[in-house]
Design a protein around this ligand. Structure first.
Ligand code: HEM
Ligand code: NAG
Ligand code: NAG
Length: 492
């Protein structure tokens, strides 16, 4: 008797769900603390449009369009604001007494299944890891690491020379520079983080460890989507599905690290500092391993993305390519002269890289932060507590009130050209800012300049027909980069 009839329970349940849903939508639009912030109706009412755009791979473009229509501060989900204002960088990401924290939904995907790392440790633990790594990223270490960059750079040049001709017919054929850059950056960072490379360059193939990272990118977008919809069971299910791969990668990392320890002797790599924290009992093994893995992913794909982007943009802008080539070839008489120190003098190259970072930022979306207890001011706007806030890199870099001709590639805008006098260059923060900014920024610049200089010194580049629209890509957290086919002609 106490058990209700199914035929009655069902409609009641349906009604409750409908009333609850409508109630939530009405609350979000009219009564939510963020109700005064502008944005498209359905985006303010529920999270669904945001998640759907994420899953389709066009969220960054949609957010950019929303800014276009509603202004520089917009509500892109019931509890989330997006900013395209220069001051928002320091207010959201910078040092302050009541700091914003990394949004749990994005950074703590699963406390159960994935160990913490430098990316999502709370403030104090994060600072401890960062201090441990400081030496590995110092000027001194970078100088000690230079021979390694030279050696892998040599291998890259050799592979490019070999692959540019068909092995059978001897005819010129395009080389996929996207893969080449990935091979190079993964081998370098693998060596610095695990003590051994992935042998990508020597085999001209992706290591299974890397394949898993790339294969899982779209899953990652889905996991985020589910997470944001509050469907934690779906998140857990998806993560379980990828468990085998993760286990294999963990074992691989473990074996490499053990091998590196067995070699003993101090080395100027990233592991050194982490191992010291481990010995001091401050960093347990799973978090050490996870941090090493995070550095590999954060330091390789990003750098390879920018190198691919700048290569494409230079090919499509022959005038800029010509200027850069002249700069490199008039600065160096031989390839040996190209070093970490000597590339510092290449001003036009620096502008080429920065302009590529603007047009094709390796981390193009948002780095969501959560507002502190009691709320906070961001770029002159009041943000109540428990709000996700982010600066959207791509949207910010493609807005014509902030940049002259934002869709065009003009390194000159970073060199004091009159035409770009009103450009808001302080908006460009592709490495983020504050206590959790990119620890590898200097290394990335050094690496990119070194390789680009050597390529400019050795080759003439021209884009293959099939890659002419290469930058039309979707974003699943990171860019979904297709092959970048380029013809390479040796200079001498
Ligand atoms: C063009 C290349 C690169 C770009 C655009 C880039 C961008 C970024 C950005 C935007 C962040 C902040 C992430 C967040 O707030 O969640 C970050 C963090 C980080 N990056 Fe990079 N990065 C690049 C290269 C590198 C390199 C070469 C390394 C290492 C060798 C590296 C290691 C890291 C690490 C470890 C973090 C986390 C830092 C922390 O949480 O304290 N990155 N990077
Ligand atoms: C640029 O951003 C402003 C808000 O700061 C917005 O009003 C404008 O429409 C945007 N323009 C474009 C072309 O995106
Ligand atoms: C992640 O979750 C843990 C516990 O669930 C919490 O202590 C930590 O602050 C969270 N990290 C971030 C970055 O929000």
């Amino acid at each position: 008797m106490l058990v209700p009839d199914i035929p009655i329970a069902l409609p009641v349940a349906v009604c409750v769900i409908i009333v609850y849903t409508i109630g939530t939508l009405v609350y979000n639009v009219f009564f939510h603390p963020l109700h005064k912030y502008p944005g498209p109706f359905w985006w303010r009412a529920c999270r669904l449009p945001w998640v759907m755009a994420l899953a389709k791979g066009n969220l960054i473009v949609r957010v950019s369009e929303i800014h276009n229509e509603y202004g520089s501060v917009v509500r892109v989900a019931p509890d989330e604001l997006a900013f395209i204002e220069a001051d928002a960088w320091k207010d959201v990401y910078g040092h302050r007494t009541n700091e914003f924290t990394k949004s749990r939904r994005m950074y703590n995907i699963s406390d159960k299944m994935i160990p913490k790392s430098i990316l999502n440790e709370p403030k104090d633990e994060h600072a401890m890891i960062r201090r441990g790594l400081a030496h590995g990223f110092s000027e001194k270490s970078m100088r000690e690491q230079e021979p390694l960059f030279k050696a892998y750079g040599d291998m890259l040049m050799d592979q490019m020379k070999e692959l540019r001709l068909d092995a059978v017919t001897g005819e010129a054929k395009p080389v996929d520079m996207m893969s080449m850059y990935n091979f190079f950056t993964f081998d370098v960072i693998g060596t610095l983080s695990f003590g051994e490379s992935f042998d990508c360059l020597s085999t001209a193939e992706y290591h299974p460890w890397i394949k898993t990272i790339f294969a899982s990118l779209r899953d990652v977008a889905w996991v985020f989507g589910a997470r944001y919809m509050g469907l934690d069971w779906l998140v857990d299910m998806t993560l379980k599905y990828g468990q085998e791969n993760r286990k294999r990668n963990t074992e691989w990392a473990e074996a490499k690290i053990q091998k590196r320890i067995a070699v003993a002797s101090e080395r100027p790599d990233f592991l050194e500092g982490l191992l010291k924290k481990n010995e001091a009992g401050m960093l347990d093994w799973p978090r050490l391993r996870q941090t090493a893995s995070v550095i590999v992913a954060a330091g390789s794909e990003t750098t390879a993305t920018l190198l691919s982007g700048v290569t494409y943009l230079l090919c499509m802008n022959p005038h800029a390519m010509e200027k850069l080539r002249n700069e490199v070839r008039s600065t160096f008489n031989s390839e040996d002269e190209i070093t970490f120190t000597s590339v510092n003098s290449l001003m036009y190259m620096m502008a080429c890289l920065n302009e590529a970072l603007r047009m094709y930022p390796p981390i193009p979306g948002s780095l969501p932060r959560r507002s502190p207890k009691g709320g906070a001011m961001v770029a002159g706007h009041w943000v109540p507590e428990n709000t996700d806030v982010a600066v959207w890199q791509w949207a910010l870099c493609h807005n014509s009130s902030l940049w002259e001709a934002p869709l065009e590639y003009h390194p000159e805008r970073f060199l004091g050209d009159e035409r770009f006098a009103r450009d808001r260059r302080e908006c460009l923060k592709p490495f983020s800012v504050g206590p959790r900014d990119c620890i590898g920024k200097n290394l990335a610049y050094a690496e990119m300049r070194l390789i680009l200089a050597r390529i400019m010194f050795n080759f003439e580049l021209s884009i293959a027909e099939e890659s002419r629209n290469w930058m039309d890509q979707r974003v699943f957290v990171l860019w979904e980069k297709p092959a970048l086919n380029v013809y390479l002609k040796p200079v001498r």
